[in-house]
Write a protein that binds this ligand. Structure first.
Ligand code: UDX
Length: 436
């Protein structure tokens, strides 16, 4: 099928490349000429495992093209909208400027019977508001939320857990759902659940999923806070409750909490939208989820201060990680980078390393010192702080090796990823999050 993808950021670029890889003829559109140039050269504009290969392959076989001109979307049967919906400056609600602009720019190029499929995460009610404009152009709007995780985006797009299509009632909606099913044919034929809903449900599925995940993380982090005053170990607690299949162990990793381009802004936008709807109280707990999450960054900083005897001033602190999670170069709302910035503000000589995110981190926080080499980062550090659980730090760094690099013997494990007993046995003072 001929498809267009409007917006070539994390979501759109991966979607375009993934759709080409399953056999579609795809044009990706973005207003940023630098991004389009880089994609046209076959260079992924950000680090995402597997994306580079799909780009090369799609461009080589001529199934994938990129353009800054939205007129080139004409002729596609399905037009995906994958632009950003960031947090509004000075508020919690989502900024829909890019979604509105994308839809408006597309309208003159739509043909009778086209489907416009919104993938961006939007406040509930957005699709219903956009639909009349799309219908007036003879096309049908569907909402087809994306659940991809950074670092696994390619796999999540080609082989998702489930597909959701919010469609209008009647024949147009049924037809649009069938067309979308054809787009995702390989996954559908494999038995991936394809759930057809109304607009509001589809929009809510996305924010509800992210709200649930954020709540799960903050729940275990709240338990970590209790563990800290009782001497309990939150990692054992998580293992034990995680064996209950109704609870499950995934997303019960206590530490410095969640960040990134989705969870923080999505729960805030959800709470803001609920307030607009007069139901603020229904999701008031999300404010608490947010607050618990942010407190954990303070806690990590506190542990470094404590480990260094009450002050970090003038001490070298090696910060392992800048990305908001491993397998990503994304530093948007990164708890790791936030911890580094706070320590720097307290007068520590902070040196940050990360296998992928240094460039992005430097752009955002040029005041910090960056070092590409892990061992150089640790050399002569008074304290080592693990904040993003890359394998290079969590699995491959042994306490014995670290001991050869520095005489400092303080390690703060912001992700509970290190083996506490091994570090202690090697003479280190080990501080975990919610662990004795
Ligand atoms: C998330 C959702 O998982 C995805 O479905 C949605 O489409 C977009 O938002 P992503 O932002 O890529 O994806 O990251 P995710 O893997 O969910 O991790 C989010 C944050 O939570 C990271 O900062 C991670 O370090 C943190 N986290 C995750 C924890 O602190 N503990 C955990 O147990 C799991």
């Amino acid at each position: 099928m001929r498809l267009s993808v409007i917006g070539c950021g994390y979501l759109g670029a991966v979607h375009a490349a993934a759709m080409a890889s399953i056999g579609h003829d795809v044009i990706g559109i973005d207003v940023d000429p630098r991004r389009i140039e880089s994609l046209t050269r076959g260079e992924a504009p950000f680090f995402e495992p597997g994306l580079q290969d799909l780009l090369t392959e799609g461009l080589q076989y001529g199934r994938l093209r990129f353009s800054t001109d939205v007129a080139n979307a004409a002729g596609a049967a399905v037009h995906f909208i994958g632009v950003g919906t960031p947090q509004q400056p000075g508020g919690d609600a989502a900024d829909l400027t890019f979604v509105n602009a994308a839809v408006d720019s597309l309208l003159p190029h739509l043909s009778e019977g086209d489907v416009v499929a919104g993938k961006s995460t939007v406040p509930v009610g957005t699709a219903a508001e956009l639909a009349p404009r799309v219908s007036a152009a003879g096309a049908t709007l569907v909402w087809n939320p994306e659940f991809l995780r950074e670092g696994w985006a390619v796999q999540d797009t080609i082989d998702p857990d489930r597909l959701v299509a919010g469609v209008p009632s009647g024949r147009d909606g049924e037809r649009a759902a069938e067309l979308l099913k054809d787009v995702y044919r390989p996954a559908v034929d494999k038995g991936t659940p394809f759930i057809v809903t109304d607009y509001a449900t589809a929009e809510l599925v996305k924010v509800a999923a992210n709200a649930f995940l954020a709540t799960k993380i903050s729940f275990i982090n709240a338990m970590a806070e209790i563990a800290e005053v009782t001497g309990a170990d939150v990692t054992q607690l998580a293992d034990a409750i995680g064996h209950d299949v109704r609870i499950g162990r995934r997303f019960l990793g206590a530490g410095i909490g969640f960040g990134g381009g989705c969870l923080p802004k999505d729960i805030r936008a959800f709470a803001a939208r609920a307030e607009e709807l007069g139901r603020g109280e229904s999701v008031n707990f999300l404010r608490e989820v947010d607050a618990i999450n942010l407190r954990r960054r303070d806690r990590a900083v506190e542990l470094v201060v404590e480990g260094l005897g009450g002050s970090v001033y003038g001490k070298k602190v090696a910060v392992l990680g800048a990305a908001f999670k491993p397998h990503s170069d994304d530093v948007r709302d990164s708890p790791a980078l936030d911890v580094a910035v706070r320590l720097n503000g307290l007068g520590a000589n902070v040196v940050v390393t990360d296998p992928q995110a240094i460039e992005n981190a430097r752009r955002l926080h040029p005041q910090l010192t960056y070092e590409a080499d892990r061992d150089e980062t640790i050399r002569d550090a008074d304290a080592v702080v693990l904040v993003t659980e890359w394998d290079e730090y969590r699995r491959e760094l042994t306490p014995d090796h670290a001991s050869t690099l520095t005489d400092g013997r303080v390690v703060v494990d912001g992700r509970n990823g290190l083996e506490a007993s091994a570090w202690r046995a090697a003479g280190w003072q080990y501080y975990g999050m919610g662990r004795p």
